[in-house]
Design a protein around this ligand. Sequence first.
Ligand SMILES: NC(=O)c1ccc[n+]([C@@H]2O[C@H](COP(=O)([O-])OP(=O)(O)OC[C@H]3O[C@@H](n4cnc5c(N)ncnc54)[C@H](O)[C@@H]3O)[C@@H](O)[C@H]2O)c1
Length: 283
Amino acid sequence: MASNSETSTHWQGKIVVITGAASGIGQALATALIHKGATVWLADRNQGALNDLLGNLGPSAHSLCFNVSEFDAFEKAVQQVIRQHGRIDYLFNNAGIGFGCDASALTHEHYDRMIDVNIRGVSNGVSIAYPLMIKQGYGTIVNTASVGGLVPSAIMTPYAMTKYAVVGLSESLRLEAATKGVQIITLCPGAVNTPIFDATGPADLPRFKASNLREFTRESMMSCSPAQFAEWALRDIEKNKSLIIYPRIMRVAVWLYRHFPALYLKITQPNLSQELKKLNTEP
Ligand SMILES: NC(=O)c1ccc[n+]([C@@H]2O[C@H](COP(=O)([O-])OP(=O)(O)OC[C@H]3O[C@@H](n4cnc5c(N)ncnc54)[C@H](O)[C@@H]3O)[C@@H](O)[C@H]2O)c1
């Protein structure tokens, strides 16, 4: 028997913009939404990857190439969508970067780079779409944070900083937005098998050694595929759930940290100094 999410018509005809859609979670969300009948504008800074994807997604897929950190370019792209369709139903602020390392190796440029994409990219999207959606009287903004925005993550300090910020922005705005007919949703992936921690990621990122993180997102029993994550997340987005955490097992980590922080840290960071040493001696 078909499940509710398979028979739902919720997404049919919806106008959706997804940033960071050329890879990983964004690509999986775009693919699933097109399958469910939405018109999807895939936004990414990687034009080549967008071109490769578009050929396979059919006429409901369109591309927008811009850097989410650049407000003017972001605004222009959203205006293009509004010109074409007269509205925007969903904006997924999903583009993000990640790297892991001993924090003593970080410079202010590393922090800036992370802030530019993971925080400014989201606040740009919100400040462009929120007033438009208020004017429409409806609309949903889905901001991708992370489980790393709900529990501390040593070796990923700048990443955690940005994701805590996205949780704060989204959960606070949700309250206000509800009074104006707009929905704000916080998406918190746990470990999803994507190239985000790949050493061959964006060329303008500092190179860091964090093979343990890559292994965790790829091979851990606690990780899932982007397609599976997208399917779970879209089911909850449709219901306007406020904080969406998948894989489900990650909810245990969040619960444990909230209620028993010392125990959580003992379990998750048993040998941090050893781990840092290992990280710093990795080839
Ligand atoms: N994969 C995970 O385990 C995981 C866990 C928690 C949170 N997340 C979050 O999910 C989101 C998607 O991550 P992913 O794992 O799919 O990563 P990914 O690297 O597979 O995809 C990210 C996409 O964003 C694009 N991008 C990066 N910087 C950009 C910019 N400045 N402007 C426009 N596009 C840009 C990249 O080109 C890429 O196509 C990110 O916000 C990430 O922090 C991922």
